[in-house]
Design a protein around this ligand. Sequence first.
Ligand code: NAP
Length: 306
Amino acid sequence: MQNLYDMIVIGGGPAGYTAALYAARAGLRTVVLEKLLAGGQAALTGQIDNYPGFADGIDGPALGEAMRRGAERFGAESVFAEVVSATLTGTPKLVQTAGMEYRGRTVVIAAGASPRELGVPGEKEFQGRGVHYCAHCDGRFYAGKTVLVVGGGNSAAADALYLAGVAERITVVHRRDALRADPIYHAPLQQAENVSFLWDCTVEAIFGGDQVSGARIRNLKTGECTETACDGVFISIGRTPETGFLGGQVELGPGGYINADESACTNIPGVFAAGDIRTKALRQLVTAASDGAAAAHAAGEYLAKR
Ligand code: NAP
């Protein structure tokens, strides 16, 4: 039957392409539906040093492309289209993009998570004109300029360190008095001469003309508000799982992530979740790839029993 696949993989990041590699290599007819770029969030990262096998690191887009080609070598297909809805409880399972319906005996949901927004005045208005969510993608526009980085986790720390090599002055605005980021980031950030911190502070508004020219900062301890001049604001406050197209069919856990353990099984037989979109302790490239392998294995077992 046309468009009937053994496995439909939603999302072409490391989880999705690893699932596709394992499935296609096992002889399953497999398609990957990806809305943007092979590699997912990793494709938006400049230098990746914590994925094993690359002694000198590798840039994100190159790694994403290599993952795509690796899966396609065994016959997996890639379609660059956004999934808008899915009907997962029946047989076969149906997955819709804007122009096509795909039928799958199994589905692996590996759609990842997208940057969380602050939700303050000016944020939406200045998106792409001074408000950014990816330092490695957009940081190069800020050579010699002044930027704020909002957040205190690993992403904010990594973004601030990256921007320290590009921009003139970086201020990290964090709502608590200490970073949540792993200790490995602390010393380099403290030592970077052009990085400073505003602790216990939040960005209340972002303003400007054609481009961002400043932000209003509130000190959460004193309640005092000040305006600070800046050319850009990089928001790194975590991610939101991309589950909107599922329409509530798949059981979600804390933070809206799909309830699935190491086995990748969801509450729906034949539907698996892999990578950043599932509940897990550590969201990394290597754990996403691991999930992809587990999902393909579980899907293979599910198909073998039918
Ligand atoms: P995260 O670890 O959830 O940290 C989000 C940060 O943003 C926290 O410091 C949080 O403050 C702050 N925050 C959240 N909502 C906020 C709001 N509305 N206003 C102001 N601040 C807000 O997210 P992440 O840094 O994006 O990292 C996501 C995952 O990717 C993590 O598992 C991380 O380890 C991983 N990652 C790893 C690396 C690496 O190892 N090289 C690099 C990047 C990301 P609180 O601290 O007060 O909660």
